[in-house]
Design a protein around this ligand. Structure first.
Ligand code: PRP
Length: 177
């Protein structure tokens, strides 16, 4: 059902972000009531057993909250650097172009030993989800699942996760892009 909704509603943008690349914009999928329900159901199914959901800044927030409600868990927003009040813990990571930083609060959230599912919209190089996983694990959590709507073909996302987050982390996508 999620796959059908994505096929029906994703907006195809030619030559973006670079010539020859066809970008799949998932915004209209989430704007459709059935599309949102199908995507959230499928992500929640992939994350069954999680004790906490982590949504990655920014589009992972849209999904993470809904998935957490579906699973009956709490939600941690993994934020881009500089947004949270101190104290924070953070990791710097490499983007396709340049570097970035993800942070979570250092106080107030008990992550020790908790089984966490990481949610985002797209998996490309894997740099973002690996950084989020490292960050959560640094805080004591156990990330066992990474779930995304779309995994981009031609990017080393899975290999990066396996190398950077460990081979035991399950990776789920609802479609390939
Ligand atoms: C996009 C996307 C993922 C990440 C995937 O976010 O939402 O978070 O890139 O890429 P990667 O697998 O190569 O790390 P972006 O950094 O564009 O931020 P945004 O959600 O704030 O737009």
């Amino acid at each position: 059902r999620a796959r059908a909704a994505i096929d029906e509603h994703a907006r195809l943008v030619p030559d973006f972000p670079s010539p020859g690349v066809e970008f799949k914009d998932l915004t209209p999928v989430l704007a459709d009531a059935d599309g949102l329900a199908a995507v959230v159901d499928a992500l929640a199914h992939a994350c069954a057993g999680a004790e906490l959901v982590a949504g990655i800044d920014a589009r992972g927030f849209l999904l993470g909250g809904a998935v957490a409600r579906q699973l009956g868990t709490g939600l941690v927003a993994v934020r881009k650097g500089g947004k949270l009040p101190p104290p924070v813990i953070g990791v710097d990571y490499q983007l396709e172009y340049g570097t970035a930083r993800l942070e979570i609060p250092a106080d107030g959230i008990d992550l020790a030993g908790r089984r966490v599912a990481v949610i985002d919209d797209v998996l490309a190089t894997g740099g973002t989800v690996v950084a989020a996983t490292r960050l959560l694990e640094q805080a004591g959590a156990r990330v066992d699942t990474i779930a995304v709507i779309m995994e981009l073909a031609g990017f080393p996302g899975r290999a990066m996760i396996s190398a950077g987050a460990g081979p035991g982390v399950r990776v789920h996508n609802l479609c390939l892009g």
